[in-house]
Every structure is written in structure tokens, then in C-alpha cells.
Write a protein that binds this ligand. Structure first.
Ligand SMILES: NC(=O)c1ccc[n+]([C@@H]2O[C@H](COP(=O)([O-])OP(=O)(O)OC[C@H]3O[C@@H](n4cnc5c(N)ncnc54)[C@H](OP(=O)(O)O)[C@@H]3O)[C@@H](O)[C@H]2O)c1
Length: 327
């Protein structure tokens, strides 16, 4: 089969389609004929040589896909050949086929087309595990999401609104602020306004109960400042650096907590638990129309470099998808 590979680390131009070995399903796995793959910021890091795939994962890119089940490994009974599905992957989604543990597979939600479904697993699983499971966001609480216009941000806004929470987001442009407002969030342009001051003004000085952070070190002090009493800061991205200084006094005074998680390197059993929860709690919201996939654009997989360039320059609002076959 063919896959998009980065033969050496580098700029988007290194991405090229090459022949790679066909996947074989291990026990408990299915093989999917891929129709579309989601592009994630982690793919840019992997292409640059800064995010190695975990042992055993395909070396080519891609953390999620949609398509049709074509083969079942030993012991798989929950999926049939011919099922239209999407899946959370540990790698290898930018390819004609991929093998994936059956527990990481989800049905295509009713009302969502097969291509759009490729953009759901990574954001739905990341948002459920960090905002709901770790962050424990409750109805009536306030969530602050950094990067409201990202793939992650557009899903976080919708999940939190459906839960009955208030959502504030930071964005780098007024255009993205407006599009987040259309999804139900209150927007802060981080280039012109201070997010701590604005959040406190909007919440009568309380602050945010949960902060979903994709910046890391550069925002650590301000993220602790913006937390309400009992607040939870959940760091899932390090776009602003890895090492920061944490004011433990401020954290203790607020009885607040700081969490950090990654999804890709988790054991299959853990991913299976998250996928099952997403199917139970998020899928019905998508099928009812309360949450919809926010797709910025879909490009042919031969133009994967253009897709990476677009994400790198921050053009996207929501997900960028690669069309791998016509399905
Ligand atoms: N830990 C995990 O398990 C996990 C899983 C999935 C994703 N992630 C992380 O989540 C983040 C979003 O991923 P994605 O695939 O959705 O990427 P994406 O669509 O490229 O989003 C990146 C976002 O970062 C925002 N951003 C950049 N600088 C900012 C700043 N100074 N303040 C606030 N926001 C800023 C951008 O906002 P503007 O364009 O408006 O500037 C953009 O919306 C990435 O950092 C990714 O690594 C983590």
C-alpha cells in the first residue's frame, strides 16, 4: 500500500507518498481501508523529527482516520467487514490502510459523512479525557480554552456548552474570536487583551474553574492566576515551552491543581476506556446535532505538505482533513 512519509525530518516539502508494507491485523485488531485522515499539530512535530512514534506504531504520520473495515484479527467480534468507522490511532493514518485495536474504533455518527468523521476521534477523545475526566468540568462552571479556533478548541467549546458550562476562549485574531462566538463561546483576542484580566472581569473576579491549555511554560503563571478557587489547570500542549516556574503558594491558596496528559502514548486499555466514554457521552450529542464537526478544509493526500503549511501558519479554524481515497 501507499502512505505519506517524511523520509527525513524537515519542512512540509519532505512529505511524499511512498510504498510501505501492508498492515496485518494482530489479535484484537481490525484493518481499515482509509478514506480520510485528520491532520493534528502533533503530526507537524513528528514531521520535524521532534515527536517519535511509540514503539510498534507505524513510522508514517496520522493519529486518526475514517474508512471501511476490511479485515478482522483473532477475537474481534464487535466489528464486521464493511462497517464504516473512524478510529483513534497511535500512528499510520496517512495511508491507504491501517491496523488498529478494535477498542479504538468508533462508528461513524449518524448525520456525519465518512470523510468528516476522520476529524472526530482525536479531538473528541482529547476533550473528553481532559475537560470531563481529568478537569471534571461541571454544569454552571467556567472553562477557559486557549486556542479556541483549533481543532481541539472547537470541540471543547461545543462539549462544554452541551454540558451546561460557560466557555471563554483565547484566539489570535478577531475573525477567530467571532467564529468561536458563533459556537457559543466568549472570545478574548490574546494579541490585544490580557486573558487573566478579561476572564476575571467577565466572572466577577472568580476566574475559570477549568483551563484547557495548549501553550505550557509561557502561560503557566498566568494560567494559575486565572484559576478560580478549586480550579483545575490541564496542560495538553507545549507550544510556549516545556519548563516553567510554578508558584506553589498561589496554587495552595486556591486549593487548585495542575495536570498534564498525552493521549498517543497511553496503553491500549486506557485508550479503549476513553473511546468507550466518547461513544457513550459525546456521540449522542453529535447525532442530535448539539455538536458538529468543524472542518476547515479537506485536501487530497498528495497535498499533505499544503495541509501542514496551513496548520503551521495558523490559518485553520477547526480541523484540516486529508482525502486518501474516494471511499
Ligand atoms: N496532550 C494531548 O493528548 C493532545 C492531544 C491533541 C492535541 N493536543 C495539543 O492541542 C493543541 C491543539 O491541537 P490541534 O491539532 O487542534 O492544533 P491547531 O488546530 O493547529 O491549533 C493550535 C492552536 O494554538 C493556538 N495558539 C497558538 N499560540 C497561542 C497563544 N499564545 N495563546 C493562545 N492560543 C494560541 C492557535 O490559536 P490562533 O491561531 O488563534 O493563534 C491555534 O488555535 C496542540 O498544542 C496539540 O499539540 C494535545
Amino acid at each position: 500500500m501507499r502512505a505519506v512519509v517524511a523520509p527525513e525530518p524537515g519542512t512540509p516539502e519532505v512529505l511524499t507518498i511512498e510504498e510501505v508494507s501492508d498492515p496485518r491485523p494482530a489479535a484484537g485488531e481490525v484493518v481499515i481501508d482509509v478514506v480520510a485522515a485528520g491532520v493534528n499539530r502533533a503530526d507537524l512535530l513528528q514531521r520535524q523529527g521532534n515527536y517519535s512514534p511509540p514503539p510498534g506504531a507505524p513510522t508514517w504520520l496520522g493519529l486518526e482516520c475514517s474508512g471501511t473495515v476490511t479485515e478482522l484479527g483473532d477475537g474481534v467480534s464487535e466489528w464486521q467487514v464493511g462497517d464504516q468507522v473512524c478510529a483513534l490511532l497511535t500512528g499510520g493514518g496517512y495511508a491507504e490502510q491501517v491496523a488498529v485495536p478494535a477498542v479504538q474504533v468508533l462508528p461513524v455518527p449518524r448525520g456525519v459523512d465518512l470523510i468528516e468523521a476522520a476529524g472526530l476521534p482525536e479531538v473528541a477523545c482529547t476533550v473528553w479525557s481532559n475537560v470531563i475526566d481529568v478537569g471534571k468540568l461541571q454544569p454552571g462552571e467556567t472553562l477557559l480554552v486557549h486556542g479556541g479556533g483549533s481543532g481541539i478548541g472547537t470541540m471543547a467549546i461545543q462539549v462544554a456548552k452541551a454540558l451546561g458550562a460557560r466557555v471563554l476562549v483565547t484566539c489570535g485574531s478577531d475573525a477567530k474570536v467571532q467564529r468561536c462566538q458563533a459556537l457559543g463561546a466568549e472570545g478574548i483576542n490574546y494579541r490585544t487583551d490580557d486573558f487573566v484580566e478579561t476572564t476575571k472581569n467577565l466572572t466577577d473576579g472568580r476566574g475559570a474553574d477549568v483551563v484547557l491549555d495548549v501553550i505550557g511554560a509561557k502561560y503557566l503563571t498566568r494560567n494559575v492566576d486565572v484559576l478560580a478557587k478549586g480550579g483545575r489547570l490541564v496542560v495538553i500542549g507545549l507550544q510556549g515551552g516545556v519548563k516553567g516556574e510554578l508558584n506553589l503558594g498561589a496554587l495552595m491558596g486556591k486549593r487548585a491543581s495542575v495536570h498534564g496528559t498525552t493521549l498517543r502514548a497511553r496503553p491500549t486499555v486506557d485508550k479503549g476506556r476513553i473511546v468507550a466514554a466518547v461513544r457513550r457521552e459525546i456521540w449522542p450529542l453529535i447525532e442530535s446535532g448539539a455538536i458538529r464537526p468543524v472542518i476547515d478544509r479537506t485536501v487530497d493526500w498528495s497535498d499533505a505538505g499544503d495541509a501542514h503549511r496551513a496548520m503551521e501558519s495558523g490559518e485553520n479554524f477547526g480541523k484540516i482533513l486529508l482525502r486518501v481515497t474516494d471511499g
